[in-house]
Design a protein around this ligand. Sequence first.
Ligand code: ADP
Length: 445
Amino acid sequence: MFDKVLIANRGEIAMRVVRACREMGISTVAVHSTADANAMHVRMADESVCIGPPAAKDSYLNIPALIAACEITGANAIHPGYGFLSENARFAEIVTAHNLTFIGPTAEHIRIMGDKVEAKKTAKRLGIPVVPGSDGAVSDADAPAIAEAIGYPVLIKAASGGGGRGMKVVQGADELMSQLSLARNEAKSAFGDDTVYIEKYLSTPRHIEIQVLCDMHGTALHLGERDCSLQRRHQKVLEEATSPALNAEQREKIGAIVSDAMRKLGYIGVGTVEFLYENGEFYFIEMNTRLQVEHPITEMITGLDLVREQIRVANGTPLGLTQADIEFRGHAIECRVNAENPVTFKPSPGRITNWHTPGGLGVRVDSAAYAGYAIPPYYDSLIGKLIVHGRNRTEALMRLRRSLDEFIVDGVETTIPLFQRLMNEPDFQNGDYHIHWLEEFLARD
Ligand code: ADP
């Protein structure tokens, strides 16, 4: 096993990796920008290295500085966390070329899944259900016939897209050419590539994703689903596992399709296959080849430490588990607590003057915040994740309500009041929501 792991990340996820390493007897190296010199992840790790100035491109994305930090400290593996370099195939290659282990899948798999058109083709080939649409790039000349064949409404998507940019809904043939030109212009300026493709537009789907865990010895398991339908501007706000929309039989069916596909692909490590789900059907949208923000809810219902498993698998250790060993117990919910105004969502960086987190049975807070901590303005606004677990959804909801009331953060604004409002919504209580529900709820007042 590795003796020392360098964590190429910051905040709560860097803490999360330190915790797993410590339980495994592995030393840790934190890296930080000058803005994060007093950060909790730096204090928690065994060693730390400053890798540059505040801007992420000069520090957390600075590949030479990260490799040098490994050489200086003698770390033998790098955990990328999520965001930053976690889905950068080139980074994975460079790490490997320096005789270090990248704790994640192969560069090839990162590359395939990072290209939306290639990812969709691969998913289809592996037997994963995909959204009906053009098989790849669409030219202006072919677009009308393709859209007609798919049936309106259709969605134009940028091949190099991300964060929902370059995406246009087209209601009918009369709008097609104008929306196509808008999508191309947006894609060209955002990604330097005006390649687009067309998909059937699903009106009120849920976002349901399947967690996978695979080793180098042919074991590919699914760890059930997470329902991440509560989103604002395509950003997840609250996630739950299991999904209120699926039963055990449906879970087993889609889980087996995904784990079989991952076995065929030869995928290694943790990954998430994301779907839109409407009228009982799953439609692949993308695969994330990394640990996700919302991984704790899967940990709560399966009892598995996903970071520990990631590290073991990267080391070449067999999982030593079969699908029959994976049990789903109870229900878990995660709220992303952001330092933002709960109505306008304007970031609220600044000093946290008071920080009291909820506790008790079935409550977990993953955070790097503390009283006196000054949230730097340079990075994302996630300051903590409140995760609750109950024997069933009703119990998890009651636990979430009382945990939100216990959570005290002074000095900055947070999204906690938004979650408190959500708790009183019958649709949320009943699990009756889709990907547009939260934005409709926010627009109501
Ligand atoms: P990006 O990489 O730009 O985030 P995704 O393919 O992940 O693009 O899609 C982002 C979001 O757009 C999805 O979570 C979903 O809300 C919406 N979306 C994507 N494809 C469709 C579709 N075919 N029909 C309806 N909504 C879609």
